[in-house]
Design a protein around this ligand. Structure first.
Ligand code: DC
Length: 208
């Protein structure tokens, strides 16, 4: 059973993916971390974030053990990832790793931007999780403030809008809802309600 969860920055898709994976006893891959790690490795070696050759080489040699790095969770890392993620060579270099993860037995949950459209077009269940930019900014701001990052709500909202435009506007695997993905607009829902809705969708699929 492959479960694909896509959506924009700070939509809650990561939290949902983890809860769904735990509930169904499946491994989970936060694919945003892969792009964040490539951007980190590019910057650490002094390359531009949009260098296709270095990006692809570093993506191919990415050590999954380094994905635990807490620095990858920050707002700056997310923005840098979104720049590196525009490079088609970087995306192709990360494709096999993601597909292999998805195709393990008994299945997997992956969250990202292009899981339902490009990485796992045959996923058994696809969801596109979203919320208004203001709601996402409020949630993300509360999260980063709790971690002590000195970023205002206005900066957080601006960052989200820039990322939405870049992720949805790029030529390679843009963020878009797959035609067969269930839309979960979480603007007016808490995580528990989103989780229950997702479990309901998956259970309906299992019992079909
Ligand atoms: O999900 P996230 O915020 O951690 O992702 C960081 C960036 O990585 C995001 O702005 C775009 C890119 N990304 C992508 O292009 N494709 C994915 N499947 C996941 C993330």
């Amino acid at each position: 059973m492959i479960i694909a969860i896509d959506g924009p920055a700070a939509s809650g898709k990561g939290t949902l993916a983890k809860r769904v994976a735990q509930h169904f006893g499946l491994p989970v891959l936060d694919t945003g971390l892969l792009y964040r790690a490539v951007a980190r490795d590019l910057a650490a070696r002094g390359f531009r974030l949009d260098d296709p050759w270095a990006g692809a080489a570093l993506a191919r040699s990415l050590d999954p053990a380094t994905l635990d790095d807490p620095h990858l969770r920050g707002a700056k890392a997310g923005d840098a990832a979104s720049v590196a993620a525009k490079i088609p060579q970087v995306r192709s270099a990360l494709l096999q790793f993601q597909r292999a993860f998805a195709n393990q037995d008994p299945g997997a949950v992956l969250d990202g931007r292009d899981i339902g459209t490009v990485i796992c077009p045959n996923a058994h269940v696809k969801m596109f999780v979203t919320a208004s930019p203001e709601v996402r900014a409020r949630r993300r701001h509360a999260e980063v403030a709790a971690r002590g990052e000195p970023i205002s709500y206005e900066e957080t909202l601006a960052d989200i809008l820039v990322r939405d435009t870049r992720d949805a506007g790029r030529g390679a695997a843009p963020m878009v809802r797959a035609v067969d993905a269930h839309l979960l607009d979480t603007s007016e829902m808490d995580i528990e309600a989103v989780f229950q809705a997702a479990v309901g969708l998956i259970m309906r699929k299992i019992s079909q």
